[in-house]
Design a binder for this molecule. Structure first.
Ligand code: PMP
Length: 428
């Protein structure tokens, strides 16, 4: 059709313009035209239910966020060297969700920048240079942060100042995830020492998204955090994925574990798609860092970002999105539990709120991950108008992460589409 030709011409332009750095979903990528709520519309008019995108977390093009951005961008949009009211108002609203000890917030534009800054604050605050991360972690794209993002490495291992620990799942630690993960962190600190590095920090995505989604049991992180802090290092909670009410149980992922981080980094859903990120930190740590180099970020926390961020906090509150994430997430988990019980290829479902992982394996054996099946399922779901991705070391975990305004009917649309997709794929 005419439209297919137009999309492939656009793909050609993309490849010529962006070259090897162009990363797109699907062999036949989609060209999107518009979006609202949990739905995106392609240029041929097909509407897709978005189960991948946790950036427009309160819903695509949410009218209240759009209005806040529009109003502010038409009034004042400046770099960060002047005082302005929206920015302080925003930071105060954000701080109300955080532990009292994290009373300084530095705003930036991307999660990568936030983690890069947190790493540097951790090094100046502890004198340490070593970092402990999970084996399939992703924390961003700067030089420093790529070093602590094993999932981004296409070959080789992270450098010596970075020590990996296994993902905190039962496959690695059996029943005692808290104890197993703590022991792994303890060993990693010893390994760093043997390589000449004292620890600066343990940094964890507190729902372990790229490792394959590991949320339970709540509290399992606490012993590992204590171990790192006792060794003189800090705990950085990377909330880019679970933050802003997604887990349903709490506003932040670390809250589910009953720990108080030394720093919290955040991004993606923070301003519903307007670039914004931040590091919440103890003032003593930030003061120490600023004795050395200081920090300036031209666009970080500009008034337009602040207006968007404030609107997001207000929408989460007024629309009860944390409770919705808990309720609809529970409904999805219950229905997916039936799939685990009836389809041998579906070996596990786990998660919290609207962040759920579903493992797909061969022969009903959790030790035989099946990334090919997962990819077939992802494409089958696209044919049934659901957009979704995969996670985990082997890429066999379906990553279920829709906007937080998802309705029960939309949840059922997804589970029905997944059930039909699996039914249409013959078991090997
Ligand atoms: N931390 C985590 C846990 C992430 O998932 C990501 C992005 N996928 C980042 C940090 C980096 O954020 P950004 O792409 O905004 O730099």
């Amino acid at each position: 059709t005419r439209d297919k030709g137009a999309v492939s011409a656009l793909l050609g332009r993309r490849q010529r313009n962006v070259g090897a750095a162009s990363v797109l979903f699907y062999r036949h990528p989609l060209e999107m035209a518009r979006a609202s709520g949990c739905w995106m519309e392609a240029t041929d008019g097909t509407r897709f239910l978005d189960f991948y995108n946790n950036v427009p977390s309160v819903g695509h093009c949410h009218p209240r966020v759009v209005a806040a951005i529009s109003r502010q961008v038409a009034t004042l949009n400046i770099h960060t060297r002047y005082l302005n009211r929206p920015t302080e108002t925003y930071i105060e609203a954000l701080k109300a969700t955080l532990p009292d000890s994290l009373s300084n917030v530095v705003l930036a534009c991307t999660g990568s920048e936030a983690n890069d800054l947190a790493m540097r604050i951790a090094m100046s605050g502890t004198g340490g240079t070593g970092f402990v991360v999970t084996e399939s972690a992703y924390h961003g794209n700067t030089w420093a942060v790529t070093d602590i993002s094993p999932s981004a490495l296409k070959q080789g291992a992270p450098p010596p100042h970075v020590c990996m620990v296994p993902a905190p799942g039962s496959a690695n630690f059996g029943e005692d995830i808290a104890g197993g993960f703590q022991t792994a962190v303890e060993k990693a600190i010893v390994t760093l020492g043997e390589r000449g590095h004292t620890p600066a920090a343990l940094i964890c995505d507190s729902i372990f998204s790229s490792d394959g989604v590991f949320a339970d049991p709540p509290g399992f992180l606490a012993p590992a955090v204590e171990t790192m802090q006792a060794a003189g290092g800090l705990f950085i909670a990377d909330e880019v994925q679970p933050g802003f009410a997604r887990s349903g149980d709490a506003f932040w992922g670390f809250d589910r574990h009953g720990v108080t981080p030394d720093m919290v980094t955040m991004g993606k859903p923070m301003a519903n798609g307007y670039p914004m990120s931040g590091v919440a930190t103890r003032p003593d740590l930030l003061a120490r860092f600023c004795e050395g180099v200081g920090y300036f970020n031209t666009f970080g926390g500009n008034p337009v970002a602040a207006a968007a961020g404030l609107a997001v906090l207000e929408v989460i509150e007024t629309e009860g999105l944390q409770a919705n994430a808990r309720k609809i997430g529970h409904h999805i988990m219950t229905r997916l539990g039936e799939l685990v019980a009836t389809d041998a290829r579906v070996t596990a479902v786990r998660g919290a709120g609207l962040f759920i992982g579903l493992d797909l394996c061969r022969d009903g054996d959790p030790d035989l991950p099946d990334p090919e099946l997962t990819s077939t399922v992802i494409n089958g779901l696209r044919d049934r108008r659901v957009l979704i991705g995969a996670a985990g070391r082997y890429g066999h975990t379906l990553k279920i992460r829709p906007p937080l305004c998802l309705t029960r009917d939309e949840a059922d649309f997804f589970v029905d589409a997944l059930t039909d997709t699996l039914a249409a794929i013959p078991s090997a």
